[in-house]
Design a protein around this ligand. Sequence first.
Ligand code: ATP
Length: 315
Amino acid sequence: TFSVFTLGDALITFNPSETGPLRYVSAFTRKVGGAELNFAIGCARLGLHTKWTSRLGGDEFGRVIYNFARGEGVDMANVEFVENYPTSLNFKEIREDGSGKTFYYRYQSPILTLEPEDITEAMFDGIDLIHLTGVFLAIDPKNLAIVKRVLEIASEKEIKVSFDPNIRLKLWTLEQAKAAYQEIFPYVDILLTGLDEIEMIIGDASEAALEQCAIDFNIGQLVIKDGGNGARLYQDQTWYTKEAFKVSPIDTVGAGDGFDAGYIYAMLHGYSPEDTLEFANGVGALVTTVSGDNEGLPYLQEVKALISKEKIIER
Ligand code: ATP
């Protein structure tokens, strides 16, 4: 089994039981969210050993997140509870026309108690890949030092690094994000990014500009996710393209995190570039068919079944 390391914050999401202005909604369904945790759950469901590093509120909701992640088989050795730091919450509003809004109740996140010194070399024993995202960087400027410490250990130990910018303009400005990415990209082996997102970051999403970005930052695999259009990969001066699976999406949130988990699974298992993209597209597509950020993350057999069925239809 391959082992994957990730690092990030998690929060509790309350989904409304009915549509309409939030002030009239009185019942909610409690869910667990967080980009890096979604990725970790995705990897664990596929069968990867997945270590998540985080800090949780020393409260009832912190317990909910802990038990949920542990129940999914995520390795919780690097997860600690912090007293007097309430778990962050997020209430969703869904209007009759399907549009949505998010109301954050983010206190000082418990993960802000994590310091660079807490990242030890021993945490990376046996780790084959480190996955980081821009969400952790966006939460607080001090997290850049933590990420740099992780990246230094990755270089020393020659562990592959994947990164998803996961830009969240509600948490920081584009200028701040770009400045942080400039420092991170040189360490990244696999960049997993949305098409719109990379266009915002480098200002141009033409193939020539993307190729130049891969060269400038020495990124071995530049992966472009494009929703219902599928995904592309630039590797060894070659472009690979795979169309998305035809599914009926009901909730696309979390598709990108699932795609990342699928990509990493297939890449670690030595799939060809095309098969890696296909497998990742399969995971992303399946996530969109289930409501919730991580509920739709498939088990290995489900992805394999989707892929083989597609092949039969193609013939
Ligand atoms: P987010 O971070 O909001 O989840 P993202 O930009 O990282 O989004 P998307 O490009 O929206 O990710 O989706 C990731 C992948 O999921 C796509 O590359 C594709 O494989 C799959 N996917 C997303 N939407 C669809 C869809 N409508 N039909 C089929 N597959 C989809």
